[in-house]
Write a protein that binds this ligand. Structure first.
Ligand SMILES: Nc1ncnc2c1ncn2[C@@H]1O[C@H](COP(=O)(O)OP(=O)(O)OP(=O)(O)O)[C@@H](O)[C@H]1O
Ligand SMILES: [Mg+2]
Length: 138
């Protein structure tokens, strides 16, 4: 478990986790509203060399794809605005998980009906306005 005191520290921590992304492929993020999941994702995107990563979560897009300079596909999946993941979306997510060269971060991963693929679980906790606790469960 680590404690971060600024958004920048959370991004720096994300970069350390990013080093493990190629062997692990999927990061499942859960935790309170505003606890830093998107900030962390931005750090991952920076680590992967993605330019112009927009952190806003668009209302109707649950899955955003970015291509890294290495030619990997980085998927940012944000399930916040979804009540339940239906079969069609679950199927789409599984296809992404099974595809070669996919690196995936899923925000609000607890909304997935099933966790069919291994990954790193990261739990975020809002402590106060600038403090967050981040726990990595292997
Ligand atoms: N230590 C910190 N780590 C991360 N973010 C922090 C920290 N301190 C302050 N912040 C601020 O908290 C906010 C975190 O928002 P962010 O969108 O990353 O959270 P989130 O978990 O993705 O929220 P949501 O549940 O809406 O998806 C940002 O405005 C960020 O600047
Ligand atoms: Mg978010």
């Amino acid at each position: 478990m680590i404690t971060t005191k600024t958004a920048l520290e959370t991004k720096e921590f994300a970069k350390k986790i990013g080093e493990r992304l190629k062997s692990e492929k999927i990061l499942y993020l859960t935790g309170d509203l505003g606890s830093g999941k998107t900030t962390f994702t931005k750090g991952i995107a920076e680590y992967l060399g993605i330019d112009h990563f927009t952190i806003k979560s668009p209302t109707y897009t649950y899955i955003r794809k970015h291509v890294t300079p290495d030619g990997d596909n980085f998927y940012h999946i944000d399930l916040y605005r979804i009540e339940s993941v239906d079969e069609l979306l679950m199927h789409e997510i599984e296809e992404i998980m099974e595809a070669k060269n996919s690196l995936i971060v899923i925000e609000w991963a607890d909304r997935l009906p099933e966790k069919s693929h291994e990954g790193i679980n990261i739990v975020f906790k809002y402590k106060d306005a600038s403090t967050r606790e981040i726990k990595v469960n292997e």
